[in-house]
Design a protein around this ligand. Sequence first.
Ligand code: FAD
Length: 496
Amino acid sequence: MEKFDVIIIGAGVVGCLTARTLSQFKLNILLIDKEADIGNGASCANSAIVHAGYDPLPGTLKAELNVLGNQMWDELSGELSFDYNRSGDYVVAVGPQELRTLEKLLEQGRRNGVPGMHIISADEMHAREPEINPEVSGALWAPTGGTCDPFMVTIAAAENAVQNGVKVMLNTKFLNFIIENDQILGIQTSRGDFACRWVVNAAGLYSDEVMHLADVRPEFQITPRRGEYAVLDRADIQVNNVLFPVPSDKGKGILVTATTHGNTILGPNSVPATGKEDVGLTSEGLTEIWDGARKLFPGLKPTSTIAMFAGLRATGNASSPNRSIYYDHDFIIEVPDRPRGLVNLGGIESPGLTSSPAIAQRVVELMVNEGEKLLAKRDWNPIRPPRIHFRKLPLAEQKKLIKADPRYGRVVCRCEMVTEGEIIAEIHAPIPAVTYDAIKRRTWLGTGRCLGSFDMPRVVDILARELGIPPEQVSKRGIGSEFLVRPTKTVEVQHD
Ligand SMILES: Cc1cc2nc3c(=O)[nH]c(=O)nc-3n(C[C@H](O)[C@H](O)[C@H](O)COP(=O)(O)OP(=O)(O)OC[C@H]3O[C@@H](n4cnc5c(N)ncnc54)[C@H](O)[C@@H]3O)c2cc1C
């Protein structure tokens, strides 16, 4: 049995940042995920907001780690080279009644330690976002809020962990613990057994099932709630800011927000999901998000939609000390009394993305509290070098690059101007991108108006060639999602 000091179950943003944080120390670490790529769970389908921290109820882990996590994003994005914009965010009141909720949120934010918040007038809000509803009566402004590229945070954290010696195994499903005398000795997976001293349960939606196998918190249940979104065409509409409505007992409400990729997104609603894989879209859900978004921007048109998606919240039933209007449940971040060797995370719903760097830090603190002697590596390198993004380069640099490597001269995705050179770099990266979606998330190819209909066949071709596999084996997101059924005819493709 291969032996590790720490095995992390789940390569979402929490598992990947935990792996990266632990990679500072002299530990042998394995990060596993059941999917064909990292970040395929909630970490790839959310609002991408780095929350300021005024929503969670004071005194909860959510409040503490949201505010702590928020403060870590500037350094994190600098070290890991992903897009992050501390643009600030707004909670927008429509009509006089909603202004009172802003006062409550302001007070709650101050108690949570959120800096710089204040309420701005309706006129000021209109000046900052001219197309906003004329009935807006004021807004809460939180300058520490922002947006990030959630795909790249997760990928960059995992890559940096790999650079620092962490082993990543994908398509590897955790099946059970190996426990003797109340001590974890290892885990069983779909790809064999592994010995370890510590297991970190970062399995997101499945964290309840993982902890139950260790006989921890049998009463804890995740009841996923689906959130649906619409993505709007950049050419049609561009909202400048992150705009929330005033919250209700259903949650933060339907927001309208700018993204780091330049699109505007609307959503999410919050409806019970039928299961842990239920990411289907419903016409009722889409009507709900359009109605919600039009409350803030009456001029928005559904014809501007270029894509839709849904994410699943890992909503748990671990109680908060109190109940607020919409924050009933808190994060679980703990080392249970038994079995020894488990760091147990559960119910990591929003603001889990924002809090993830602080959650990773908390995992380390918990291990140290349990007597783990962590020795810092002298050669730990926190920097994950930036990738080439051809479309962002000045013309002169583009020309130089093409001269040095003609593959950067072949544009594969025309909408987003992604080149063959960038795709090949991702296929041979520290965590190889081996599916269409993996390449899409890393390069942003296939996200424009044509939604990949132009680039997809060419990406299949490139993946097959670079990986040395038949095109029929190339898939969208792993086994079972292959694009092609069987060969029909062979065509010689010549590249100049
Ligand atoms: C609709 C929506 C909107 C949100 N908006 C925001 C926001 O704007 N800001 C914010 O801060 N937070 C937001 N969140 C919350 C945030 O997305 C999550 O808290 C965060 O992504 C959780 O990360 P994670 O790593 O815990 O879980 P995940 O990303 O779900 O990762 C868990 C991983 O575990 C793997 N796994 C599960 N079971 C097994 C197994 N048996 N073996 C191996 N691997 C396994 C999964 O494949 C998955 O990759 C939102 C969430 C949703 C759903």
